[in-house]
Design a protein around this ligand. Sequence first.
Ligand SMILES: [Mg+2]
Length: 377
Amino acid sequence: MRGFGFALVRTARSRAELQTAQRGRPSDLAQRFSHSAAGPGRPSFGIAFDIDGVILRGRSPIGGAQRAIRRLYSEDGTLKIPFLFLTNGGGVPEHRRALELSQLLGVDISPTQVVLGHSPYRELVNRFEDDLIVAVGKGEPAIVMSEYGFRKVLSIDEYASYFKDIDPLAPFKTWKVGQTESYLSAKVHPSYDVYSERVKGVFVVSDPVDWGRDLQVLCDILSTGGLPGTEKGDQPPLYFAADDLEYQAAFPSERLGMGAFRIALESIFNQISYHPLKYTSYGKPNPFVFKNAAKILEKLVMSMYPDSQTLKEVNECQFSAIYMVGDNPKVDINGASKAGHPWSSVLTRTGVFRGKDNDPQFPADVVCLISECIVPL
Ligand SMILES: [Mg+2]
C-alpha cells in the first residue's frame, strides 16, 4: 500500500508543475495521494485499470504490469488494495476473463473484479427476457448474453446461417468459421422460428468479426423491424457495448474498434433507411460505467473487511480517491473527468497515447509509464 501510494506521490510531484501550467489549476494531487496511503483500516482509495494498452498488449503483459498488479496483494495472496479491471473489451463471460487474467498476471482475480464493456447489458434482461435477440461480435456473444439471463438469444453467425443467400459474398469467403460445425445440427432445426419471429433487440457484445456480412445482416434486421427479407418496419433497439474508435492490440499502431463499426453501420443505414439509426452505447467514457465501478469497488472493500463499519457505510462511496489508469485519453481520461469526484485519472504511455507531456484535449491528472506509477521505487 505504501509503495503504491509513495510511487504515485513521486509521479504526481514530478508532473505537478506541468499540470498546473497545462490545466490552469493548482495541483493537490501529491497531497491527495499521500492521504490515500496513510492510516490503518480500510484503504481510502481504489483503482480501476484499463486492460488493452495498459496491462496487456494482445495477450502479453506490458512491462511492469505483472509486478504492479502483484503489489496490490499481500504476500499470502489476499487482496490488499481494492482494484478492478474496467475495460471496453469483451466477448467472453466475466468469470472466464477473470481466469485468463489470473493466469497471465499470476494473481487470484475474482469475476467481480472484471467489468467488461457488455457487463451493463445485465440490467436489460427484464426488458428482453423472452424476446428473440441477436448478439454480435468476436468470442462467444450468445453465451455471454445467455449467462446474463436472456432466454432467446442467437449469435449473428447462427442467425445469418438460417437465411439462405443473405450474404451474397459468402461463397467467396474461404475461411472457416469456428462455430460452424457445432451449428450444423442447429441449422436443420433452428432453435427458434426465425422466419416468423421478429428480432426485438440487437446487442453488439464485442468487436464484430465479419464486418461485411454483419453490416448487411444488421441493416436487414434493423430496417425491416426485425425480420430480414420483409417490408420496411420500425427499427428494433440497438446497443453497443462500447464506442472506441481505436484501441491498442498487438500490432504496433491502433486497430479499428467497435466505434468504427458503429460509424460504418450508421453511415450505411442512414443512406438506405428513411429514419436515422437509433442506438445506445455503453462502455467508457459513459459516466454510468464509472458510477457502477465505484459501487463494485465499495462491495469489494466490504468483502475485504466484512466485520468493519464499512457494512453500514457501503451505501455511499467512501473512497477519497479512485484512480482510473488508462491509455486512451478520449475514453479513459475523459470518462474519469466526466465522472468527477472521487475519480482521478492516470494516463499511461503504453498504448493509444504515446505523447511526451499530456493529452491536449483530455488532459490526465498524472501521465506516466505503468512501471513508473506503480512498481516500487
Ligand atoms: Mg486501452
